[in-house]
Design a protein around this ligand. Structure first.
Ligand code: NAP
Length: 287
């Protein structure tokens, strides 16, 4: 296993080049010997790594991949498997919120593709690397917006007929929790836990595509009610590392404590169906 000893522990954060992900990586870098950050832009990724390296004890590694292209996610998983002998924590954090309907490289609605499908694929591709840890945690970053849709848009997961940014984003965040719960059920005997969370309302780059929301998020008024990125990372770091959560799986956390997600997000039949549909979509795109 590379030059590290067998006790070396590895964590990986998707969307680690900015916002909550960058702060999550910073928090994990004092607890794990090696922390990988994934980002789509080489410059932003290197800037983030440089910043982290200046203050971290552990080693920081970078991985470049655009989650709008599932083939890149597959290559990313291959790269991680080769560079990390095991993975103790995977934080599925990367996320996007579009201003207008955007289509991924594989022809899927991009919010669903990046926020859900890419993480579905990445996590499944890393199963053996997570199992090698002996007790790994998958942490899925959702949002309170998951509670807006009362079910998934089964007839039109690509939102070709009716697209609204808020709605589509909430739909992808509902998919995050359904996926997290189904993963917890399917992998419960593998020594891998899976939990979902809402980081809270955080000042970050997620609203950068929306001029109105971006201005609102950064206004003096919003600064009183919107958390810093470091505050926003606390729930991810807690779920990834808290000793009392060892073996805890299939739960939802909000602002550093367990919480009740929407009824739609705990629908087991919907979670099983989403798993199957996601697999079919991925198979059609890249296999
Ligand atoms: N901010 C909030 O109030 C809030 C509330 C609830 C939930 N969340 C969730 O928290 C997570 C982190 O968001 P944030 O607020 O920290 O936003 P952010 O600052 O915009 O960070 C998002 C991260 O995802 C990456 N990303 C976006 N599209 C990607 C793609 N196609 N391929 C690869 N990486 C991509 C970004 O990379 P680039 O640097 O290249 O853009 C960035 O590193 C998201 O899942 C979001 O839904 C945020």
């Amino acid at each position: 296993m590379r030059e590290e000893t067998r006790a070396t522990r590895y964590a990986l954060v998707t969307g680690g080049s900015s916002g909550i992900g960058l702060e999550t990586a910073r928090g994990l870098s004092s607890r794990f010997e090696v922390v990988g950050i994934v980002g789509r832009n080489a410059g932003r990724l290197e800037d983030a790594a440089k910043e982290l390296r200046s203050g971290s004890i552990g080693r920081i590694e970078t991985f470049q991949a655009d989650f709008s292209a599932l083939a890149q996610v597959q290559r990313l998983a291959w790269d991680i498997r080769n560079r990390f002998g095991r993975l103790d924590v995977l934080v599925n954090n990367a996320g996007v919120w579009h201003r207008e309907r955007t289509v991924s490289k594989d022809g899927f609605e991009d919010t669903f593709a990046v926020n859900h499908l890419a993480h579905f694929l990445l996590t499944n591709e890393l199963q053996d690397t997570l199992r090698a840890s002996g007790s790994a945690r998958v942490v899925n970053v959702s949002s309170s917006m998951h509670a807006r849709p009362k079910s998934l848009n089964w007839d039109d997961l690509n939102f070709e007929k009716h697209w609204r940014g808020f709605w589509v984003y909430g739909h992808s965040k509902l998919a995050n929790i359904l996926f997290s719960n189904e993963l917890a059920r399917r992998w419960k005997d593998l020594g891998i836990t899976s939990n979902a969370l809402n980081p809270g309302n955080v000042r970050s780059n997620i609203t950068r595509n929306n001029v109105f929301l971006n201005a609102l998020h950064r206004s003096p008024f919003a600064r009183m009610i919107v958390m810093s990125e470091a505050e926003g990372a606390k729930t991810s770091i807690y779920v990834a590392t808290a000793p009392e959560l060892e073996g805890v799986t299939g739960r939802y956390f909000d602002k550093v404590r367990e919480a009740k997600p929407s009824r739609a997000s705990t629908d087991e039949e919907a979670a099983r169906r989403l798993w199957e549909r996601s697999q079919e979509m991925i198979d059609a795109a890249i296999r």
